[in-house]
Design a protein around this ligand. Structure first.
Ligand code: GDP
Ligand code: MG
Length: 358
C-alpha cells in the first residue's frame, strides 16, 4: 500500500482582549464602565473534500494560522470573532496529533465527504470592564486578556491509489517519466515485492488539480515470470482509471513501436478484459532521440486507428509533457464523472411502453 504523509502545524486564533472604557455622555458626569468583550479566535477544522485527491499542497504549505479575535471596544462593543479555517483533505485521510516523542494519536478518520474534525480551538475573548462593575466598585479598571488559541502539530496520512497507470515494455522510459512529472514521492509501505517496487508519484498540474500516477514494473517483466507477479501488479492497475502506454519510438531498443503497443494491449486484454477497456492514452516517448520520423508517424496512425490519442513526448527533455498531463487529467476527470453518474442511479427501470403518453 502506498502512503502519502505530511506533517503540518496549525494554530487557532487567540481571543481578543477585553476593553477598558467608561461612558462619556453630556450631563452624565461619571459614566459607568463600557468596555466590550474581545471576540473569539478562529478555530481550525480539517474537512474531507471530494475535490482534493492528494496531500501534495500541504507539502508546499505546511503552516496554518486562523484569525485572532478582535479586541473589545468602547460603548460595549464586542470585538469581531476571528474567521475559522477549514483545511480540505482527500476523503480517506487519517488525522493524527503529534505530541512530543510519543506515537501520533489518531484524532479522526475522515472517511466520507464532508466529515469534519476540530483540530485547534480558538481562544475565547476576554471580558471587558463592563462585566466587573459591582455595588462597591462602579468604575472597575479590570479587563481580561483573550485566551491563546490551541496550537497543534498534525500528521495527515492517506492511503493512495494510483489514478493513472504507466504501462509499457521495460526501458520504454516509464520510471524516467514518473520522476520527471511528479513533484513528490510518498513513502511506499508494506510492499511485498521489494525487487520490483512500483514507483508512485503525485503529479501536480495546478493548485487544485493533482493526481497519482504509478509506474508499474512487472507487467511485462513479471507476466511471463510466473509466481503471480504480473497478477499482483495488475491488481494495482485495476484501481487506476486511466492507462498511459509509454512506447519508445527512438529505435534504441530495436523493437517496433506499433508492435510494442499491440503486445502490451494484448497482455492487458488477456489478464483482464476490464483493464483493456479502461481509457488509454499513447505517449510516443524519447522523441529527443527520434532518428526515423516514420516510427512516430506509424505509432500515431495505429493509435488513431484504435481511437486513442497519441502525444509525442520526451521524459528526458520534457518535451510534450504539459500536453500529455493535461490530456491525462481530462480523461481522468471524464472517467470520474461517469463513475459518479453511474453510482447516482439506484435502479434502472425498463423503458416505457410505446403507448405511454405524458
Ligand atoms: P522503464 O524500464 O520503462 O522504467 O525505463 P527507464 O525510465 O528506466 O528508462 C530506460 C532507459 O531509457 C534509460 O537509459 C533512460 O535514460 C532512457 N530514457 C528514458 N526516457 C528517455 C527519453 O525521453 N529520451 C531518451 N533519449 N532516453 C530516455
Ligand atoms: Mg522502470
Amino acid at each position: 500500500m502506498f502512503v502519502d504523509e505530511v506533517d503540518i502545524r496549525v494554530a487557532a486564533g487567540a481571543g481578543g482582549r477585553g476593553c477598558l472604557a467608561f461612558r462619556r455622555e453630556i450631563r452624565v458626569p461619571r459614566g459607568g464602565p463600557s468596555g466590550g468583550d474581545g471576540g473569539h479566535g478562529g478555530s481550525v477544522y480539517v474537512v474531507a473534500s471530494p475535490h482534493v485527491n492528494t496531500l501534495i499542497n500541504y507539502r508546499f504549505h505546511p503552516e496554518f494560522d486562523a484569525q485572532r479575535g478582535g479586541h473589545g471596544e468602547g460603548s460595549n462593543c464586542t470585538g469581531k470573532n476571528g474567521g475559522d479555517l477549514e483545511l480540505p483533505v482527500p476523503i480517506g485521510t487519517l488525522v493524527y496529533e503529534k505530541q512530543g516523542d510519543g506515537p501520533p494519536v489518531l484524532l479522526a478518520d475522515l472517511a466520507k465527504a464532508g466529515d469534519r474534525v476540530l483540530v485547534a480551538k480558538g481562544g475565547r475573548g476576554g471580558l471587558g470592564n463592563a462585566h466587573f462593575a459591582t455595588s462597591t466598585n462602579r468604575a472597575p479598571r479590570k479587563v481580561q486578556p483573550g485566551e491563546p488559541g490551541e496550537e497543534k502539530h498534525l500528521r495527515f496520512e492517506l492511503k493512495l491509489l494510483a489514478d493513472v497507470g504507466l504501462v509499457g515494455f521495460p526501458n520504454a522510459g516509464k520510471s524516467t517519466l514518473i520522476s520527471r512529472i511528479s513533484a513528490a514521492r510518498p513513502k511506499i509501505a508494506d510492499y511485498p515485492f521489494t525487487t520490483l517496487t512500483p514507483n508512485l508519484g503525485v503529479v501536480k498540474l495546478s493548485d487544485d488539480r493533482s493526481f497519482v500516477a504509478a509506474d508499474v514494473p512487472g507487467l511485462i517483466e513479471g507476466a511471463h515470470g510466473g509466481h503471480g507477479l504480473g497478477d499482483q501488479f495488475l491488481r494495482h492497475l485495476e484501481r487506476t482509471k486511466v492507462l498511459i502506454h509509454v512506447v519508445d519510438v527512438s529505435g534504441a531498443t530495436g523493437r517496433d513501436p506499433v508492435s510494442d503497443l499491440d503486445i502490451v494491449r494484448n497482455e492487458l486484454e488477456q489478464f483482464q478484459p476490464a483493464l483493456a477497456a479502461k481509457p488509454q492514452i499513447v505517449a510516443a516517448n524519447k522523441i529527443d532521440a527520434l532518428d526515423d520520423e516514420a516510427r512516430a508517424v506509424e505509432l500515431e496512425a495505429r493509435a488513431g486507428a484504435l481511437g486513442l490519442e497519441c502525444h509525442r513526448i520526451s521524459g528526458v527533455s520534457g518535451a510534450g509533457l504539459p500536453q500529455l498531463l493535461e490530456a491525462a487529467w481530462r480523461v481522468l476527470s471524464d472517467a470520474r464523472a461517469s463513475e459518479a453518474a453511474a453510482v447516482d442511479v439506484d435502479e434502472v427501470l425498463p423503458p416505457l411502453p410505446a403507448s405511454f403518453s405524458r
